[in-house]
Design a protein around this ligand. Structure first.
Ligand SMILES: [Fe+2]
Length: 195
């Protein structure tokens, strides 16, 4: 899983959690409290891995173009975490809590869409597929350390297998090319001997 796929998966998980919260009835306070705890954890872990690993890597790959987009993303996170702490102070299921949670949802979804449109596109154009895969591995490992959801991958082994398969394909292509050139050279020298 590359870095943008992993972060997109986080966004989808958050979209689903917010949808589930808003589908719950007014009386489902315990379920709302439990869902809010999951939403809070998702947001905190997601923001941490982006700020510690993803944003610096995208900025380093293209400081001129990515710099302003990354700054904006940091500002978005600051606002989202402020709203999150404000929501946290309330009682899950109360009207005030639900209203604040809607504000949180709007800000998170707006940020996720902007990130997918601008920052992920920038990352894909300034980094190679291999760099994005390795970055995805680092994000996944950090997520695991922070107690976030994990993915069905064996961290080091999975990446090593993927890199090995790419190298094997490149080597066999080079051999095929070299074999074709040798055969052409033999045919050409055979023709010149016969003439
Ligand atoms: Fe983000």
């Amino acid at each position: 899983m590359d870095a943008t796929e992993l972060l997109h998966d986080d966004h989808q998980a958050l979209r689903a959690l917010f949808d589930r919260y808003h589908e719950l009835g007014a009386g489902d306070r315990a379920a709302k409290a439990a869902l809010f705890r999951r939403i809070r954890k998702e947001i905190e872990v997601h923001a941490a891995i982006e700020e510690e690993i993803f944003y610096p890597a995208v900025r380093a790959a293209n400081p001129v173009l990515a710099g302003p987009i990354v700054r904006e993303a940091f500002d978005d996170h600051r606002l989202i975490l402020q709203i999150l702490h404000d929501v946290e102070a309330g009682t899950p299921g109360s009207d005030e809590f639900d209203a604040k949670l809607s504000v949180l949802r709007d800000n998170v979804l707006y940020h996720a869409e902007a990130e997918e449109r601008e920052l992920f596109a920038e990352a894909r154009s300034s980094m190679t597929p291999l760099q994005l895969r390795l970055l995805g591995g680092r994000l996944s490992d950090r997520k695991h350390e922070l107690g976030g959801r994990t993915y069905r991958r064996v961290p080091i082994l999975g990446e090593a297998r993927w890199v090995f398969s790419r190298v094997r394909t490149a080597v066999s292509r080079a051999f095929r090319r070299a074999g074709g050139e040798t055969a052409r050279a033999r045919r050409a020298s055979g023709r010149s001997r016969n003439s």
